[in-house]
Design a protein. Structure first.
Length: 365
């Protein structure tokens, strides 16, 4: 399975939002005061819920199954039609991703629509009623707000009890989990629990975010969450075959300073030495052949780069920083040998191959 990146909740009225700060200690909550239906065709709020789908009601269970898929497909076809409340502080980058999770304990799954942002992404939760998708009026957040020290994530509930808002800080060994449950079109927060930042609580379930252009999970009717083994629910582990290479190791976070100091070098391009890099640190060094410019090169590697969060004078820049949620996990990746590349420039980490989007993976612990 391919991990895609992400994150967001549509708002009419007020927003319930957790926002990280430089120290990860401050959180803001704005109470929802009203709820409205959102028409997926027009993106406009209407006074009451849509009419029941008589044809679907008459057809029984199978029609109900098709109804939620059709309703969500309308959302994915026009994701920009669903406005995000101004209380969600983010800079949109024009991308959208989605996830299918179980947040109400049964029946049709819920759709999470992630509105991509440069630092943070707001998340819109959709449910289906009478054959129509309706948007929550609250926003959960993902990303690194402010100066990049805060950490926000959205995880699913393995028991289908709601959606978790995770908040923490790069400077703290602990994160905070709060379960939000659906109450009509509102999300209601509950008790907060702390847990080690490199672990998870028993009910936590990681989410695989899918670009809205890829509707296969929606058509297949599969949840885009990871089960205990780390595979998408209902999927089996993909073995490495001919023409593929397997990477096994632990996901770690390293600063630029930690990577460059052993070489006696500083940062090559002017980014802050405290820039963060998420790496798969291999169980043992391995010899890998990859393309470099128009030739090939064989190198002994200790790690493969998964993502980064670099701090520049103009602000933080993230590349596949969603891998941060796997820090502390032991993982296995399978990648086509033809997709292995080595950089010819000074991109950090120097000389490292990147895992990219084409690899499949399993969480081993």
């Amino acid at each position: 399975m391919t991990l895609r990146r992400a994150v967001a909740l549509c708002v009419v009225g007020c927003v319930s939002m957790l926002a990280g700060c430089a120290g990860g200690d401050a959180r803001e909550t704005v109470v929802v005061t009203s709820t409205q239906w959102v028409d997926p065709d027009s993106g406009e709020a209407v006074a009451q819920g849509p009419d029941a789908n008589d044809e679907g009601d008459a057809a029984g269970g199978q029609a109900e199954h098709v109804d939620w898929q059709s309703a969500y497909e309308e959302v994915l076809s026009h994701p920009g039609d669903y406005p995000v409340n101004s209380a969600a502080q983010y800079t949109p980058d024009g991308t959208y991703q989605y996830a299918l999770v179980e947040a109400t304990g049964g029946g049709a799954p819920e759709l999470l629509l992630a509105v991509g942002g440069s630092d943070t992404s707001p998340v819109i939760v959709f449910t289906v009623e009478d054959g129509k998708a309706r948007a929550s009026t609250d926003v959960l957040m993902m990303g690194a707000p402010g100066n990049g020290a805060g950490r926000l994530a959205v995880w699913a509930s393995a028991g289908g009890r709601g959606v978790y808002q995770i908040s923490g800080s790069a400077r703290s060994p602990e994160s905070v989990s709060e379960l939000f449950t659906l109450d009509g079109t509102s999300l209601r927060g509950g008790a907060q629990e702390t847990f080690p930042s490199d672990g998870q609580l028993p009910d936590h379930q990681l989410i695989e975010w899918i670009p809205v252009s890829d509707t296969r999970p929606l058509h297949d009717g599969t949840l885009t969450v990871l089960n205990v083994s780390g595979a998408r629910a209902g999927a089996s582990e993909t073995p490495a075959g001919a023409g593929q290479v397997e990477f096994v190791g632990n996901v770690v976070r390293k600063t630029g300073e930690e990577l460059m100091a052993p070489r006696g070098l500083g940062m090559p391009n002017g980014q802050d030495p405290q820039s963060e890099y998420f790496l798969l640190w291999l169980d043992q060094p391995m010899s890998v052949t990859g393309k470099k410019d128009i030739s090939t090169e064989t190198k002994q590697i200790e790690y493969v780069t998964l993502g980064s969060r670099e701090y520049w004078p103009s602000g933080p820049r993230e590349t596949h920083a969603e891998w941060e949620q796997y820090v502390g996990k032991r993982m296995r990746f399978v990648k086509d040998k033809d997709d292995v590349y080595f950089p010819s420039d000074t991109t950090m980490p120097l000389g490292s191959t990147w895992m990219g989007d084409a690899a499949t993976f399993d969480v081993l612990n």
